[in-house]
Ligand binder design. Sequence first.
Ligand SMILES: CC/C=C\CC(=O)SCCNC(=O)CCNC(=O)[C@H](O)C(C)(C)COP(=O)(O)OP(=O)(O)OC[C@H]1O[C@@H](n2cnc3c(N)ncnc32)[C@H](O)[C@@H]1OP(=O)(O)O
Length: 719
Amino acid sequence: MAEYNRVSECVGLITLRNPPVNALSAAVRQGIVDTVERALSDPNVKSVVICGQNGIFCGGADIKEFGSKMTGPPLIPMIHAIESANKPVVAAIEGSALGGGLELALGCHYRIAHSKARLGLPEVSLGLLPAAGGSQRLPRLIGVPAALNLITTGRHVTAAEALQLGIVDQVTDHNTVDAAVKFALSVAGRSLDPRRISTHPCPQQPDLDALFEEVMQKVRQSARGAIAPIACVQAVRAAATLPYAQGMERERELMATLFTSGQARALQYCFFAERAVGRWRMPSGARWDTSKPRPVHKAAVIGLGTMGRGITVALAQTGLSVIAVETQEKQLMEAKQAISGMLERGAKRRGVAPALDRVIYSQNIQAVADVDLVIEAVFEDIALKTKVFQQLSAVCKPGTLLCTNTSALDVDQLASETPNPELVVGMHFFAPAHVMKLLEVVYGPRSSPQAVATAMQLGKKMGKASVAVGNCRGFVGNRMLKPYIEEAFFLLEEGATPELVDQALEEFGFSMGVFRMSDLSGLDVGWRVRKGDGLVEPGTASGRSARIRQGRRYSPLGDLLCEEGRFGQKTGRGWYQYDKPGSRVARSDPWLHSFLGAYRAQHGLVARRIDHQEVLERCLYALINEGFHILDDGIAAGPEDIDVIYVSGYGWPRHRGGPMFYANMVGLAKVLERLEHYQQLHPEVPHLQPSSLLRRLVASGSPPIHKWGEVIKKLHSQL
Ligand SMILES: CC/C=C\CC(=O)SCCNC(=O)CCNC(=O)[C@H](O)C(C)(C)COP(=O)(O)OP(=O)(O)OC[C@H]1O[C@@H](n2cnc3c(N)ncnc32)[C@H](O)[C@@H]1OP(=O)(O)O
């Protein structure tokens, strides 16, 4: 769908019409081909402008079409036809010009952008490369280093940066289409040869080989197994070293490999999953589109430890007024300094003024009387949190939403201690809260849809991937983490080392293996939880019975390390050793290896050879199995919610789509078979017992992930 009009007598104006982002669907491509032909064959038309309706130029190829058979005219010849036109074609860029949208603009002879427009080639984040000539034209236009940066990161640039780089010819604060039409009139009749980017050579670059080697090394390191960033480098290298036609051939070959890869499917799934979680629903039937959020202008944070500080920064950076409360004067002063520092550094990075005056500090909880929403972030202790909630209920104006930042405590219990449980929700932030993308919004049976809608909207405003989840021990993320960590401990008992387990997980694509992660977050955190659960028995009991607690296999390894004062990075010792407390570089620790040897001997365990395959199957399938339980229990509305949580908050490699998508890729029958296999070997480990939902899905012929909901619904309706 593209509309054609003649304006200012001799300018052909083509408007892309495909809401919401004017993606280049088959119909839009056909519309462009037809309208360009019409403009070029009309003797009254001297120049052409292409724009998009509703303030957005074009969001690129239609990602929804990627899974199906290609129909309609292909992009590459369409863009070539524009570039080789004998009348100037000007792109009028408002809103976004991304992916195929920017490639279309690069085929035009001139580009005029609105000052608020964003441009980029984000294909890499969908597991692809800019394969409509973008990988060949952009380096020719702006040089190899800048093109490599944009194409391998997929980052969007502002109109100002695009002008500086030479991607656009003019930036306007006024009506972009009017400016483009005026510009088109001014260039009518000029020679177009110098404006056809594909005919340019790439700007000369000294020591090209060294540059590509360095970039490739960096890209490989940060890609963590993702193949698209590497293909992007290879495509730009083709632009730098080959004639255009051969470069295009190389672009096509590389794209063909990426397009059908599982990674591209995973990354495109993530794109839609991130948008799907915004359309939340609760088991009560309440939904995102029928629940109106309350306006939040002023918020409060209670407790200014690490989490409270990060939450204060996140709220202030969103533009809210924040009352930050800490009852101890010394802690309040320290927090004020730390928060100001974080706000200043953040503002410097973003080139804006720091929002220091948006935060008012107080030692007195009465100061929160007129806020719209409170986030309590005191120490993880139910008695303390209950007391704070009771105080808040007495102090706050009627209708104030009370949110608790907890990673494990029972949100329902807390709600039941307040006169208005419908106003209570959990907001589980991840440290550091102003940086980490994930927010779990935890609703209880009595949380009102409006409270959930408000917390979800606030999360979105803070730029978080916000996922609404039900209340249970550990919610979604930490509940699934428990069997994963336990399996890692069992593997150590059976003969693995932390290095082996971490290497397997990092090669899989995790940003950090389970033991390095545990050292970073502190071993004492889990120790405290296990103590609370009555699982920790200090002492040196030996044999199998010492490793069965509460009727199931238990590994005391983490507790024993804590008894030694090894809490991880903060103490300079944990599963690894560090140069000094607080240092981040993990080194293998001979003490730990002898400790493991002595532990195995004491418990009559014989170390065996464990390979990466077993590490992955036991850790990941245990985690995935818990994910199926969560779906079965209705704690997460769908597999997308779980996957967004794991990709945004737990370092799961995005190019593997999240744990539930991964299970779907591996094959549900295979996951079930491996769980059954390990369950037979370890009958005293309940988390290896396959979930009934997994069995049910396999029995239903392993439907694709977007059809799991039907099986879950059927299961629930039979209960
Ligand atoms: C030969 C191959 C050539 C080219 C390859 C490509 O072009 S690949 C596509 C490259 N483009 C992108 O990656 C852009 C993706 N989109 C975005 O980044 C954002 O959507 C955008 C355009 C910045 C707008 O952001 P905003 O926050 O305003 O909206 P939102 O993201 O919620 O999107 C609104 C709905 O539009 C759907 N959508 C967006 N882009 C596309 C697309 N390219 N194809 C299909 N659909 C797209 C998005 O899913 C939302 O719909 P919903 O129903 O809510 O899920």
